[in-house]
Ligand binder design. Structure first.
Ligand SMILES: [Zn+2]
Length: 1151
């Protein structure tokens, strides 16, 4: 070992910290619960126990200065020995891919003080600000042409005027292609090298989200999608009975819906016996080839070949699996007259044959079933196309701003580029709902099985054209709130008695208006200062919190960032340590700043570790940094206070010196073992000692097997896949980290984890603290400097710079009749209402589910208020409030007409991904399928006009539910292929849980662009195409992205000129699959493609890994995994097959 390790001799450090008193204050929480005194903050106090005193330090050994002479590092190590070019382009402000500084720069004054908020735009109800703002005054007429909003989440491109890709054309190209079935049905390659170098976080596909991309209108040749194309059958578009509906909301009828082709691949992988029973009319159910049919086709609902799987899923409701993800089991279903579902007696029976279904479905690659005669295929163009739906929404809704003044409005899709004008409801960038029209009764809700959920991103980044929430300062009195439920003042509160009191829109309680807040009402009953006050006229705003909202009644200190670098053998040898140190030297200049502050208030500290920890004193008065080694990792403490957390500018020289020396100091290390929990504990203790919140950036390489608390063992076992024990792979192997996470949350210590594994390192366990503290996790398997450094550095830069709130608590209040019952995301909950996050950044999303607890009324609708209490990056305590009003309905058709499938999928994916922690994966998949079948069956039963049972009729707003659901079902978490590692699955599971709707959309259904169709003379993107091999032409080059990966697929017959222009080589065979970036070549095609890649990178919250895939190359197997409309190697059904399966399920429910 090259670093001094000395015995513990030091005296205990630090004074006893006054115990945290908790939040004795009045008021934060407190949605008055029955029997619970409305002690507001009481609720927030939940975590109290976590605020412990730092244990008495055991001892430390301050070795003054660095190791003695003999040690590997001299204090004045020659920094020139560091290869300066080791790092690519340094910080030069965010490189292409790097997002702009989250705060600061792009938003001159992070928040406008209330005083600046002047009377304005009465017309629109949005006050205009006198302060310099980046967006045009609210009253300014919106110019469609100026819409494009280059912003992280929403896309940057505009006007893609490229020529519509003609599908017809594509299919023509495909004639004679060989990409097709033969290749597709090949069994998975034995040793497909997903491994090392090429390893990719397996992900399942998705659709390009946020889309910015305005694809050109979908090719006319394709015609109006599902609804109009049929295999010669007439298209039925029955209007809702007795209702006038806009054409846009017409149900989609998939005409001539045929049973799954008895084809080759279909067989086993799709839905055999049970479902295999094709629709009687057309195909009297011959079993699919290659299958064992265990019994009569499902058309006999009572055929039960085995009991339904036990549903012990904690996450899922007890009851037969059939009950779906929601609500009580069907048997208790409120009897609806004539509702056929009941006839089966139990849904379990309906799905009796399940076991068979399960047998074939799960990963077993009987995929390559005997190639039979060419399948009689359902025309893929006749089934609902995601591309078409996205295009339609763009053309219909992309040109107008979305004005939030109307209750229950369904916003444009996440793939549409649009601007938002806040006129009283929160922007869809902050909140999206599964439905904007809620059933009035719980019976209706249960009948439909449509989950009622909101996906909330409280600190979402906005495009520059939109205004950040105004900051309202009510001085010492703090925000005005309802006396009973503690809801915050909002546009829906009713002022009465001449303005002296107000009635709460959430609980109806009447509260006195504080004298300082009194204002007269106009003749309509509206306060005359209505437009002057954001909290009266806007959907989103912030309050400056008073000391009552702070821990211990004390305003917080600015947060701190602590960088904790693994310096074990692997980390050093790969060049990672040097890379990180080099990067930090410049990155530290880009710490988040508040508004216009000149420098960041965030202090920084540094730790390195392997089996022991090294703390560094970088106090500005020192000539050189000093290292202190703590080798007693059993009871971690921080050996120094003064000089550990410092201001970057003040200590710059010492910090730079330290970062120069670290790589040298450990250059010869032979230590391979690491600890992990003590590292987090050290960071936690340091923040405790400094009495501040903060974030730990931990760079870690291996399974922590060194003797220490939180030590782990390798328990990876892929044999558990598809067994009842599979869930253990997702669970942490010890509860130690859960307890540690709780302590971290109590302190506001958020943990961001950068992993660089060369083998299993148990992401499921290491990620626990990150997950529960609201942190982010990044994984770079088999990290190689040459290919991975750009990706890592871009991620690191964005992660360090992005806007983040600390020590956050979120509460969602609802109007009477519904309440938040369940939460999904990266956070910790110590009670049933408060979502606590040590850190919450602009990318993190919390999905909240609501249930009825009473009847709702169509007149009053339903209200949500999300209140987030947090500490800003400068240490200011704030409350961010988002309000949203929804409609309520007594007709199911209204529910189905106001749904948003993308949000539904976000919810369902998170629900399923949590379910795998407690239930067999198959049970989770079945529950998903069943719930969606019930949703669609209920629609068919209650909202669609009578028609032949052979017709599949989908609600217009949900016509993509089957295709997207299938993508979730065959994702790596729910149906992994053989190449997917346990860590990959745990990683994906964790990522998805915090994703917003745009991210889940593109993740599950990737965006596929024909690059060779790109117009090099315009800024536009080529029109996206559907994710199916059938759509690929071997003469073209395509790009596929899903938020984590970018693939550039090159067909074998691509013109030599194009290859030369893009790759700089003269033939297909010379293209290197090892490229991780496209060569920079000076020609229009190369520039165009690179600009598309840069544009996509800029839209995503993570820097995507780029891979070159040559047709018929082995990497193509990996690529095919993302062609989500096709059958997957792991047994996932094709879209066509799955749609047939859903159709069958629906028919069973209805019969
Ligand atoms: Zn109230």
């Amino acid at each position: 070992m090259s670093v001094n390790q000395q015995a513990h001799t030091g005296p205990p450090y630090g004074q006893p910290q006054p115990g945290y008193q908790g939040y004795p204050q009045p008021a934060y929480g407190g949605q008055s619960l029955p029997g619970v005194p409305p002690s507001q903050y009481g609720a927030y106090n939940g975590p109290m126990p976590g605020y412990q005193q730092p244990g008495p330090p055991q001892g430390y050994f301050p070795s003054l200065g660095f190791p003695s002479k003999g040690s590997p590092v001299s204090l004045n190590s020659d920094t020139s020995s560091l290869a300066p070019n080791f790092i690519g382009p340094l910080r030069a402000p965010p490189t292409s891919g790097a997002p702009p500084p989250a705060s600061g720069a792009s938003h001159p004054s992070g928040h406008l003080a209330y005083s600046q908020y002047e009377h304005g735009d009465v017309q629109n109800g949005i006050p205009a600000s006198a302060a310099p703002m980046q967006r045009p005054p609210a009253s300014q007429p919106f110019l469609p042409g100026s819409a494009p909003t280059p912003v992280s989440q929403t896309s940057t491109f505009q006007q893609y005027g490229s020529p519509p890709a003609s599908v017809q054309q594509l299919s023509n190209h495909m004639a004679g292609m060989t990409i097709g079935s033969a290749a597709a049905s090949a069994p998975p390659p034995a040793g497909l090298g997903y491994g090392p170098p090429t390893s990719v976080p397996p992900v399942s596909g998705s659709f390009s989200a946020t889309g910015s991309g305005l694809y050109t209108p979908y090719s006319a040749s394709q015609g109006p999608p599902p609804t109009s194309v049929s295999q010669g059958l007439p298209l039925a578009q029955p209007p809702f009975p007795g209702q006038t509906i806009s054409t846009q909301r017409l149900p989609t009828q998939v005409p001539g819906f045929a049973p799954p082709p008895p084809s080759t691949g279909v067989g086993p992988s799709s839905y055999p016996p049970t479902t295999g029973a094709p629709r009687p009319p057309t195909m009297p159910g011959p079993p699919l080839p290659g299958q064992t049919v265990a019994g009569p086709p499902t058309s006999q609902p009572n055929h039960v070949s085995s009991p339904p799987p036990p549903s012990a899923m904690s996450g899922l409701h007890p009851g037969p699996p059939m009950s779906g993800l929601h609500g009580p089991p069907p048997p208790t279903h409120p009897p609806q007259p004539g509702y056929q579902m009941q006839q089966n007696g139990s849904f379990g029976q309906v799905r009796g044959p399940q076991p068979n279904y399960g047998g074939a479905y799960p990963g077993t690659p009987n995929y390559g079933s005997p190639p039979g005669p060419p399948p009689k295929r359902l025309d893929p163009d006749s089934i609902p196309s995601p591309i078409q739906v996205i295009e339609d929404d763009r053309s219909n809704r992309g040109s107008e701003p979305f004005v939030t003044g109307v209750r229950g409005q369904v916003p444009p899709l996440v793939t549409t580029n649009f601007l938002v004008k806040d006129q009283g409801n929160a922007s869809p960038r902050y909140i999206r709902c599964t439905s904007y029209n809620i059933p009035c009764t719980s019976d209706m809700a249960k009948q439909s099985q449509v989950p009622l959920a909101a996906v909330i991103k409280p600190l979402a980044a906005l495009p520059p054209e939109e205004t950040l929430p105004y900051l309202v300062d009510h001085g010492e009195s703090g925000p005005v709130r309802c006396n009973r439920c503690k809801a915050y003042m909002c546009p829906f509160m009713q002022f009465i008695e001449g303005g002296r009191r107000f009635q709460c829109c959430f609980c109806s309680c009447v509260t006195e208006v504080p004298p300082h807040y009194f204002q007269h009402l106009d003749h309509t009953g509206k306060r005359v200062d209505f437009y002057d006050r954001p909290e009266l006229s806007l959907g989103s705003y912030e309050f400056l919190a008073t000391v009552d909202y702070c821990k211990n009644n004390k305003f917080p200190s600015p947060p701190a960032f602590i960088f904790m670098i693994d310096v074990s053998y692997n980390a050093v040898k790969s060049g990672l340590v040097r890379l990180i140190c080099e990067e930090l030297k410049s990155l530290l200049d880009y710490l988040p700043r508040e508004g216009n502050m000149e420098e960041s208030a965030i202090r920084v500290g540094f730790v390195t570790y392997n089996k022991v920890l090294h703390f560094y004193n970088v106090k500005s008065s020192l000539a050189q940094p000093q290292m202190m080694v703590v080798s007693d990792v059993a009871d971690m403490f921080v050996p120094l206070l003064d000089g550990f957390l410092v201001n970057v500018n003040e200590s710059r020289t010492v910090i730079t010196s330290l970062l120069d020396q670290i790589p040298e100091m450990f250059a010869d290390t032979r230590e391979t073992e690491t600890v992990f929990a003590p590292v987090i504990q050290a960071g936690l203790e340091a923040l405790k000692a400094a009495e501040c919140a903060g974030k730990l950036f931990i760079f870690h390489t291996s399974l922590p097997i060194a003797e220490a608390p939180g030590k782990l063992k390798n328990r990876d076992d892929k044999k558990l896949v598809n067994t009842d024990k599979e869930k253990t792979l997702f669970q942490p192997q010890t509860s130690f980290y859960n307890n540690l996470a709780k302590d971290c949350v109590a302190q506001g210590c958020c943990v961001d984890l950068f992993l660089f594994p060369n083998q299993y390192l148990d992401v499921a366990t290491l990620g626990v603290v990150t997950y529960q503290t609201g942190g982010s996790i990044y994984k770079y398997a088999y990290f190689q400097l040459e290919t991975d450094q750009d990706r890592f550095l871009n991620d690191l830069r964005r992660d360090v710079q992005k806007e983040v709130g600390f020590d956050a608590v979120m509460r969602v209040r609802t109007s009477t009749g519904i309440r938040a019952t369940d939460f999904f995301g990266a956070f910790y909950m110590s009670n049933t209402t408060d979502v606590e996050m040590a850190g919450l950044d602009c990318d993190k999303t919390i999905t909240v589910e609501f249930k009825h607890d009473d009847k709702l009324s169509e007149d009053s609708g339903a209200l949500l208020q999300c209140a987030l209490l947090y500490t800003s990056c400068a240490g200011q305590r704030r409350l961010r409030i988002h309000n949203l009003s929804l409609n309520c309905c007594t007709q199911l058709a209204d529910l189905y007409r106001n749904c948003e499938t993308d949000t539904l999928i976000n919810y369902l994916a998170k629900y399923a991904y949590r379910g795998v922690l407690s239930s067999p994966v198959k049970t989770v998949r079945d529950a998903l399928i069943n719930q969606c079948a019930q949703i669609l069956a209920c629609y068919r039963k209650n909202c669609a006009s009578p028609s032949s049972a052979g017709q599949l009729i989908l609600p217009e707003c949900m016509k993509l539910l089957p295709v997207y659901l299938n993508c979730v079902l065959k994702s790596d978490v729910l149906q992994p292929g053989p190449e997917v590692t346990t860590d990959d699955r745990a990683y994906i599971r964790q990522l998805v849980t915090s994703m917003d709707v745009a991210e889940t959309n593109v993740f599950f259904y990737p965006r596929l662009l024909p690059l060779t169709k790109a117009d090099v003379d315009s800024d536009s993107l080529p029109a996206a195409i559907r994710n199916s091999e059938e759509r690929l032409s071997k003469g073209d080059i395509y790009l596929l992205e899903n938020g984590l990966n970018i693939f550039v697929w090159v067909g074998v017959s691509v013109q030599q000129g194009l290859i030369q222009n893009l790759f700089g080589v003269s033939s297909f065979s010379q293209i290197s699959s090892a490229l991780s970036t496209l060569p920079v070549l000076e020609n229009p095609f190369s520039k165009k493609v690179r600009s598309i890649v840069d544009m996509l990178q800029g839209q995503r919250s993570r820097y995507m890994k780029l891979m070159i895939v040559k047709q018929e190359d082995k990497l193509e197997m990996l690529f095919r995994h993302f062609l989500v409309e096709d059958k997957s190697l792991s047994g996932g059904a094709s879209y066509v097959d799955f749609l047939c399966h859903m159709h069958k399920e629906i028919r069973q429910l209805l019969s």
